[in-house]
Every structure is written in C-alpha cells, then in structure tokens.
Design a protein around this ligand. Structure first.
Ligand code: 5GP
Length: 318
C-alpha cells in the first residue's frame, strides 16, 4: 500500500482552526460549570444526546474539576470509584459508565438540605483551630458559639469564642431549656450549645457547625438523628501528645486528665459518619466544609478520608 499523501495545506490550516475553536468551546463549557451557570449533569446530558458537541469532546476529569468544591484529588478518586479512565471524554463513555457518572452528578447537583454538622475528636486534635479557620474562611457557615463556665484564655473574646457564663447563669439556661446539649468536659467545667441561634439558622437554610466534645456529639445524634457527625483525627498519637503538651495552658495534672480523655475519645471514632485527618488545618477545614456541602446521597460515595488515610489512625500508644 502506498503511504497516505499529506493533506493539502488548506486542509491542515482548516483542521487546526477547527481544533482551536473546539478547545475554546470546551473551555467555555468548563467556565459555565465553574461559575455555576450550568450544572455538570446538564453538560453530561448534552454530551450524551449528541457526542459531536463540545460537551461530547470534554474529558470527564475536566468536567469534574470544573465543579466548584471538587478538587483534582477528589476528581481522581471519584473517577477511580466510578471505573472511568481519566483520559475518557464524555462522548466516549459506555452505557454503565454514563449511568454511574449520571447518578454521581445528580446527587452532587441536588443541594443538601440545611443540616447540622458536628465536629468532634480527641482533645488537642485541633478542633478549635479547624473550626476557627472555617469561621474565618467560610463565613456562610454558622459556627455555633457555646456557653461555658470556664474562664477565658488570653485572646478569647466573649461572644466570639464562647459565652463565658457563671454557674448560676448556666443553671438558668438548662432550666429554660435553652441548650441543645451540654456536658461536663474534662471533669471540670460545663459547656453547652445554645439552641435558639441554631434553630433560626437551620430554618433560614444556613449550614451550622458545632465544635463540641464526644458526649455532646452523642447527645446531638440522639436529639437530631439527621446531623452529620465528623471525627477529627490527629496524624499520629505522638503528634496528639505533642499538640497537647505544647499548648502549655494546662498544668501537668490537667494534661494527664486530657490525655486519658483523648484515649477514650479516639476509640469512639467508628460511631461517626466521617473522619478527617488534621495534618494541615486549611485542608482539614476544606474537607469538613466539603462534607457539609455534599448532598446526603453523595456522602455514601466517599464520606471519609481516602482509605489509606482513614485506616491510619494512630491509636497506637507508646
Ligand atoms: P476548651 O476548654 O479547650 O475550649 O474546650 C474543651 C472541650 O470542650 C473541647 O473538646 C470542646 O470541643 C468542648 N466543647 C466546647 N463547647 C462545647 C459544647 O457546647 N458542648 C460540649 N458538649 N462540648 C463542648
């Protein structure tokens, strides 16, 4: 067979112009998804109705990474779970792959009902730092401000970090049924979640985050079975000890008491809906907010940290 002749120059120019136009059209589709002008499901449906459209030529991975809040790592995990190669284009997916991707996108597009999320975890794991980061960087999430009978630490502001109240005031709140839950933490002070701001925020469709201890998380589960319970883990037990002793705000006896509590608390992680490892604060905060954002049905896909991380919790003690 004689080799195929090169296409004439005019054809090559036309083809390269067409390729540039197609790339631009795909970029516009991605832009529409990332700015929420179109849903990813709408793009996929268009692609499957006509595979010759720009949507049909879009790689699935590019579609996923255009979805607000879905980063490259999560996109790759999703593709793996759905059994789709990262190089596949929407138009080239098989029937089963289309079904699985369609279900995933539909669940993702359905806004989650406003829901209460509880962030708990062992003492000194960094719950306060992660929730503080969320307060600063995700202002649409209402971070509940607890009432406590303990005294403020340096830098803590009444009404921002806690409502610092007397024992009598705390008794009054309990009597008036103003607390969603309350507990004595570390055998010393009382901490409680004021109910009215939470009821109001949920009714207004706002997401609410509670950063409370394990007893509190269990009480919330009983009071509100729909709440999402997230457990924050330290990267290792040694790191937890380092963080606890490094804080230097408690005396040795208090530190020992908190370590004892932490040991018991770590053992409770399996009661939770999801676990997040606090290696890096901004990343842990992002994961928590992503979990809050995920529609209920999508949470069953991957509510937890990736298996290799969720499996590493560090309960080994030395
Ligand atoms: P800290 O005194 O270090 O601020 O907090 C001590 C512990 O109290 C932390 O584990 C924190 O999660 C928990 N805590 C804070 N607010 C509440 C609350 O409203 N209810 C419960 N049950 N625990 C809380």
């Amino acid at each position: 067979m004689s080799p195929r002749p090169d296409p004439p120059e005019v054809d090559r120019v036309a083809a390269s112009k067409a390729a540039v136009a197609a790339r631009r059209a795909r970029a516009a589709v991605k832009q529409d998804v990332s700015s929420r002008r179109r849903t990813a499901l709408d793009v996929a449906t268009t692609a499957w109705n006509d595979t010759e459209t720009p949507e049909g030529g879009l790689r699935v991975r590019e579609l996923l990474t255009s979805i607000p809040g879905l980063g490259p790592a999560r996109a790759d995990r999703t593709l793996e779970r759905l059994g789709i190669s990262p190089r596949k284009r929407l138009g080239g997916l098989g029937v089963r792959q289309r079904e699985r991707l369609g279900e995933f996108l539909e669940a993702r597009d359905t806004p989650a009902p406003a829901r209460l999320t509880v962030l708990a975890g062992p003492t000194a794991v960094g719950k306060g730092t992660v929730s503080g980061y969320i307060r600063e960087h995700y202002p649409d999430v209402l971070l509940s401000v607890s009432a406590t009978t303990r005294k403020p630490r340096p830098g803590e502001i009444d009404g921002v970090h806690y409502y610092f109240v007397s024992d009598e005031e705390f008794d009054r709140k309990i009597a008036n049924n103003e607390l969603l839950e309350w507990a004595v933490v570390h055998n010393s002070y009382r901490y409680g979640t004021p109910r009215p701001p939470i009821d109001a925020a949920l009714a207004a469709g706002r997401r609410v985050l509670l950063e409370i201890d394990l007893q509190g998380a269990r009480s919330v589960r009983r009071a509100m079975p729909d709440a999402l319970l997230v457990f924050l883990l330290p990267p290792t037990w040694e790191e937890l000890v380092r963080r606890l002793t490094g804080r230097g705000t408690e005396d040795a006896e208090e530190q020992q008491r908190r370590l004892d509590t932490a040991r018991v608390e770590l053992a409770a992680q399996n009661e939770f809906d999801a676990r997040v490892v606090n290696t890096e604060v901004s990343e842990a905060a992002r994961e928590v907010v992503e979990l809050m954002d995920a529609p209920v049905s999508a949470r069953t896909y991957s509510p937890m940290a990736p298996p290799e991380r969720a499996a590493t919790p560090p309960i080994e003690e030395h």
